[in-house]
Design a protein around this ligand. Structure first.
Ligand code: NAD
Ligand code: GLY
Length: 349
């Protein structure tokens, strides 16, 4: 088992290891004094883990459980308001807390509810997908989607504890696990040649506890430096601007992880053509994505991809901040005029 301490506007521990679900109540009671806990989970995770988590939480507090339908479509205003009403109906107070048991959808929705219910109650992230373990459960970005786009309403609001029971990843369908692998590869490309080399060597058989802890350490360092996403944190969007275009243009039939993989491949090829990225590093990035059976190309025409990518909230006026690899472990933020995006994409496709 490993612990990582995150220092942001709130400092908190991230625990990573097998069997942590059973310790949830004890670990919460060591940090918070809730009389009631709002347990939020989804319809796929609930039958697998809710009873075990309830049993652990009931050792220290009364538990009220709220289950949303599994999937991105639940990260919406209606579920958000239903959750707030549920918490109010159960009379949770400011000294109580929420627990998010699930992937990034449950985590983002619960975090946003925690940020706003009674102007802020504590919450605990219990990530059960690889993506949530290495990315969304840490760093305090919370959000819901609007009909106009993804994550358009949200808050920066740090959790009080993150407990990642690596045993829960055993029930994750391989396809969803591979989506999370795209984010793990992203950390290697951004910051860590040794992590990248481990992924090259081991493929899907990488050491989960060590790799998740390493990704959390890397994210911790970024969040400590730039909690509110004004500079360094933007690098965590490597592959995401183009990926967002792929997701949006596919009507969200291409999953987030696969879209990010395509985005990383496109920016790597384009960066190599610009003379920024070494050819051998471009080839290693493409090869590791393929080793994880992640896609590296799309048939979406560059003009359509650019239009879809520009609907993303990461755009600032007439400029989009592209994250480009110069080498494995060294990426740059490159402000690019919107008018040059189609040519950039053509170079990378
Ligand atoms: P998800 O939460 O929809 O989970 C994917 C699927 O896996 C769901 O059907 C879920 O029920 C199921 N599942 C979860 N854990 C399981 C388990 N252990 N066993 C079996 N099935 C399980 O998706 P996700 O990929 O975890 O998260 C995607 C969301 O995260 C998006 O909404 C994205 O915007 C958000 N996100 C947020 C941040 C952030 O910093 N806040 C970062 C990246 C992504
Ligand atoms: N997932 C990107 C971030 O947390 O900034």
């Amino acid at each position: 088992m490993k612990w990582v301490r995150v220092s942001a506007s709130r400092a908190y521990d991230v625990g990573i290891g097998p069997g942590l679900l059973d310790l949830l109540g004890v670990e919460i009671a060591a940090r918070l004094r809730p009389q009631k806990i709002g347990l939020v989970t989804d319809s796929r995770v609930a039958p697998l883990y809710a009873a075990r988590v309830r049993a652990a939480l009931e050792q220290v507090a009364e538990v009220a459980e709220f289950v949303i339908p599994a999937g991105e479509s639940s990260k919406n205003g209606q579920e958000y308001l239903s959750l707030l009403s549920f918490l109010a109906g159960k009379k949770l107070t400011r000294s109580d807390c929420l627990v998010a048991l699930g992937g990034g959808v449950v985590g983002d929705l619960t975090g946003f509810a925690a940020a706003t219910y009674l102007r802020g109650v504590a919450y605990v992230q219990v990530p059960t997908t690889l993506l949530a373990a290495v990315d969304s459960s840490v760093g305090g970005k919370t959000a819901i989607d609007l009909p106009e786009g993804k994550n358009l309403a949200g808050a920066f609001y740090q959790p009080s504890l993150v407990l990642c029971d690596t045993g829960t990843l055993n029930t994750l369908p391989e396809d969803i696990f591979r989506d999370g692998c795209a984010e793990v590869i992203k950390y290697g490309v951004l910051y860590d040649p040794a992590l990248f080399a481990h992924l090259e060597e081991k493929g899907l058989g990488f050491d989960r506890e060590t790799v998740i802890a390493r990704c959390v350490e890397l994210k911790r360092d970024v969040v400590a430096q730039d909690e509110f996403d004004r500079g360094e944190r933007q690098k965590l969007n490597l592959g995401h601007t183009v990926g967002h275009g792929v997701e949006a243009r596919s009507g969200f039939t291409v999953s987030h992880g696969k879209a990010v993989a395509i985005g990383m491949a496109i920016v790597s090829r384009a960066a190599a053509k610009m003379g920024l990225c070494k050819i051998e590093d471009r080839d290693r990035i493409l090869a590791v994505l393929e080793r994880f059976s992640l896609p590296v190309s799309t048939s979406i025409p560059p003009e359509e991809l650019a239009t879809a990518a520009l609907s993303d909230k990461k755009r600032a006026g007439d400029t989009v901040h592209l994250i480009l690899p110069a080498a494995i472990g060294d990426c740059r933020i490159v402000p690019t005029p919107v008018s040059q995006l189609v040519d950039f994409l053509k170079a990378g496709m």
